[in-house]
Design a protein around this ligand. Structure first.
Ligand code: NAP
Length: 484
């Protein structure tokens, strides 16, 4: 895949980049390691000052970087601004909390004595140079949620970003440099995915974190396993969204729309499979489909647009194949089911779709209509595979055990959403749903204070919170003998 900025709203290539050569990669690896030797000895106050400064700069740059993101991967501009603001908040959160999250721990006096020591300290020390392989869908947030805790813990970072977001990748390197981080603390490597193995095998790289697809995760984990290096994997998801009879149906349907189409439907934690109790199935479908139909599709730089194009042409082809396969096997589209046509009613700027710029953009860009599919079954690929775009599948179930069984009938286990007012049903879901999160009467969202990650093929390890910052620490036992 070439390293290039290609506007998904027009298909136009705006800028291309040559990948770094072997010599430059070597120079940057050396720099990352040298920077680590210095950065690891800094105190938390120094690290906090640097990260807070980066947050201030990011706030000041909000409009500029939002435009870069929207131009590179097509998310609606308001969502891009919100992403930048969220990153600044997460930086401040880690700047404020890292010292307490990584404070020395002291086992109980009885356990210390039992271990034969006079005293024992457990200390969180940094691991070293961490390689981050990141995706394009939240091009700022995915990186910041790794970089903020990793840098606060005293590590240094190397970013291999997705090849279609080089502008955002270079912005990030520049941001940390302007914030005052010493050279080498955070570097962007403009390289293709084929270069990842060599970098990861380099002795100066201590660990890796990857957010992306399952094949990419498997490949990086295999190399890391061979090298016995620690990894965190945040991979795909096909999150269930359960709706039970006691639910606030209007709230559930409105949230379902947002949960499915956020980021043009390209979010790992988007709700993708809607599993609805038969008593409320038809009423939910009616409200949900009406909400999906009403979405404004169009140029993501237009403030009124809610759904932009898919980020890449291949992404749209993959989605089309998934929906076509389902329709061929008997699924029914309650709305959408293909590319927008001139009669699409939801194009920005007018119902006829003939509105000047909006229509031109819909023709040229990689748009796909918000789609609701029913009568989906296991013969269809979409039953097991992740639909990375604004396409929902709705299932009818007779009761909660059937809903939970269907929720768990997926290779993925990232997060889940449950709409019910029944405490017993909540308890059952909290016990039985196989996922890294269960969000009741709301939709899954990440927050710096809450652990984020999945089980099964959604990956392993956790980001954010205390768990996220400790992933890249050498948890060291300091044992002092009785003679000490
Ligand atoms: P992707 O193709 O896996 O790309 C992600 C990153 O991995 C890119 O930097 C890519 O580089 C690199 N990569 C791809 N193949 C590789 C390989 N064999 N070895 C090393 N690096 C490799 O994923 P995507 O299609 O961009 O992103 C969508 C996927 O990410 C979805 O499955 C989504 O659910 C998942 N995702 C998960 C989370 C989460 O937190 N769990 C968050 C966001 C997205 P190139 O761009 O150069 O190919």
């Amino acid at each position: 895949m070439p390293i290039a900025t290609v506007n998904p709203a027009t298909g136009e290539t705006l800028r291309t980049f040559d990948p770094l050569g072997a010599e430059e990669i070597e120079r940057r690896l050396a720099l990352a390691r040298t920077a680590f030797e210095q950065h690891r000895t800094t105190d938390f106050a120094t690290r906090s000052r640097l990260l807070n400064r980066a947050a201030d700069l990011l706030d000041a740059d909000e409009d500029r970087i939002a435009r870069v993101m929207t131009t590179e991967m097509g998310k609606p501009i308001a969502a891009a601004r919100a992403e930048a603001a969220k990153c600044a908040r997460a930086m401040r959160w880690y700047a404020r909390h890292a010292a307490e999250l990584l404070a020395d721990e002291h086992p109980s006096a009885a356990d210390v004595q039992d271990s034969g020591a006079a005293r024992v300290t457990v200390r969180y020390r940094p691991l070293g140079v961490v390689l981050a392989v990141m995706p394009w869908n939240f091009p700022l947030w995915q990186v910041v949620r790794f970089a903020a805790p990793a840098l606060m813990a005293g590590n240094t970072g190397l970013l291999k970003h997705a090849s279609n977001v080089p502008g955002t990748a270079l912005y990030l390197e520049d941001l940390f440099r302007r914030a005052g981080y010493p050279e080498g603390c955070f570097q962007t490597l403009l390289v293709g995915s084929a270069a990842v193995e060599g970098i990861l095998r380099d002795r100066r790289v201590a660990a890796a974190t990857l957010t992306g697809s399952e094949p990419a995760g498997r490949s990086v984990a295999a190399v890391a396993g061979d090298e016995v290096k620690h990894t965190v994997l945040e991979l795909g998801g096909s999150d269930p969204f359960l709706v039970m009879p006691s639910a606030d149906l209007d709230g559930a349907a409105a949230t379902a729309v947002t949960a499915r189409v956020q980021n043009n439907g390209q979010s790992c934690i988007a709700a993708k499979r809607f599993i609805v109790h038969t008593d409320v199935h038809d009423a939910f479908c009616e409200r949900f489909t009406a909400g999906m139909r009403a979405l404004v599709l169009g140029d993501p730089l237009d403030e009124s647009v809610q759904v932009g194009p898919l980020a890449t042409e291949k992404g749209r082809t993959d989605l089309e194949e998934l929906v076509d396969d389902a329709l061929r096997h008997g699924a029914r589209a309650l709305c959408g089911g293909g590319r927008p046509t001139p009669t699409t009613g939801s194009a920005a700027g007018g119902g006829s779709g003939t509105h000047g710029d909006a229509h031109t953009t819909l023709d040229k860009g990689w748009y796909y209509e918000p789609t609701v599919l029913t009568e989906v079954d296991e013969r269809m690929r979409i039953h097991r595979e992740e639909a990375f775009g604004p396409v929902a599948t709705v299932y009818r179930v007779p009761d909660l055990p059937a809903a939970i069984a269907l929720a768990n009938d997926s290779p993925f286990g990232l997060s889940s959403n449950v709409w019910t007012r029944d405490e017993d049903e909540m308890a059952l879901c909290a016990r039985d749903i196989e996922a890294g999160g269960v969000f009741f009467n709301g939709m899954t969202a990440s927050h710096p204070a809450l652990p984020f990650g999945g089980v099964k093929r959604s990956g392993y390890g956790r980001e954010l919170s205390a768990h996220g910052i400790r992933e890249f620490c050498n948890i060291t036992t300091l044992w002092y003998g009785p003679g000490h």
